[in-house]
Design a protein around this ligand. Structure first.
Ligand code: CP
Length: 311
């Protein structure tokens, strides 16, 4: 299938065929990434600009590495040292980047809908690297890729996503993507961090992690986003951890050999214990590696030109 989209903004508006094409392309990209010499001339002459208004280690670095492996020129704008600090708007900043002939802009921004806004005004492609509490599509794609790499076909599997769902764009993107692929999704968290409107996504919801875990093939812990919390949404970290933290003992409640994911960065000892994070069932480092492969696939599909389909 010839790739049609200029932008990657949300999993919600993606078809199953598009998701499958990205996952298939990422498989080829991962083979390239795992080579001792991982450098291709494929995107020589193309330029990719990272524009991150929020902190990031994994997403920003992996986009940079992904572009470089494919031969593109990648630039990261340090927003704090840019003219944004002088009050320049997102509109003017993005137009300025485009005037420098960027082919692709990767945007992380605290406002939901900011990536759609940029996509509408730029001729260059836009990839949403996380917009407010809306979506983090590339994270969900790498999560799904990681699940399939370990489990094979995931249709009919049970995925439990536990934690700060309220603030989690990762949970939203995964809920959309996994359900499109026929996966049963259960979101778990305290009532204050599990918005009722998430039921509209068609997922199951639970406040009881221990019972929700039974039969889970995948358990994904979410970061407690303390920086986004304006008032006390739970009594204490200790109580939150007691009820919703992933521990080795608690994982046994799945009744099977489940895999553990976390998008990172982790609050160790809060939503996940050290022994689970570093245990044999944890694929957290694998997620990071696969993040580069997924982002290689997306950059390739969006700006690879006429050759942007892999066999
Ligand atoms: N998962 C994720 O988005 O991590 P970063 O904030 O480090 O990019």
């Amino acid at each position: 299938m010839k790739w049609q989209r200029k932008d990657i903004l949300a999993i919600e508006d993606m078809s199953v065929e598009e998701i499958r094409q990205i996952l298939h392309t990422a498989k080829v990209m991962k083979e390239i990434l795992m080579r001792p010499i991982k450098k291709l001339p494929t995107l020589k002459g193309k330029s990719v600009v990272n524009l991150f208004y929020e902190a990031s280690t994994r997403t920003r670095t992996s986009f940079e590495m992904a572009g470089k492996v494919l031969g593109a020129d990648t630039t990261s704008i340090a927003v704090a040292q840019s003219s944004v600090s002088k009050g320049e708007s997102l509109y003017d900043t993005a137009k300025t980047i485009q005037a420098m002939r960027a082919d692709l802009v990767i945007l992380r921004h605290p406002s939901s809908g900011s990536a759609n806004f940029l996509a509408d005004i730029l001729d260059a492609g836009v990839i949403n690297a996380g917009d407010g509490q809306h979506e983090h599509p590339t994270q969900a794609l790498l999560d799904i890729f990681t699940m399939e790499e370990r489990l094979g076909a995931i249709e009919g599997k049970n995925v439990v996503i536990v934690g700060d769902v309220l603030h989690s764009r990762v949970a939203r993107s995964n809920a959309w993507g996994l359900q499109k692929l026929g996966v049963n999704v259960t979101l778990v968290g305290p009532p204050t961090l599990l918005p009722v409107e998430m039921e509209g996504l068609g997922v199951k919801m639970s406040h009881n992690l221990d019972s929700a875990l039974l039969g889970a093939d995948v358990v994904m812990a979410l970061r407690l986003q303390l920086e986004r919390q304006k008032s006390g949404l739970f009594p204490s970290l200790r109580e939150y951890s007691h009820l919703y933290g992933l521990t080795t003992e608690r994982l046994k409640k799945t009744g099977k050999q489940s895999i553990v994911l976390h998008p990172g960065p982790m609050n160790r000892g809060v939503e996940i214990s050290d022994d689970v994070a570093d245990g044999v069932d944890s694929l957290i480092e694998r997620q990071v590696t696969n993040g580069v492969a997924i982002r290689m696939a997306l950059i390739y599909l969006l700006i690879g030109g006429a050759s942007n389909v892999v066999a």
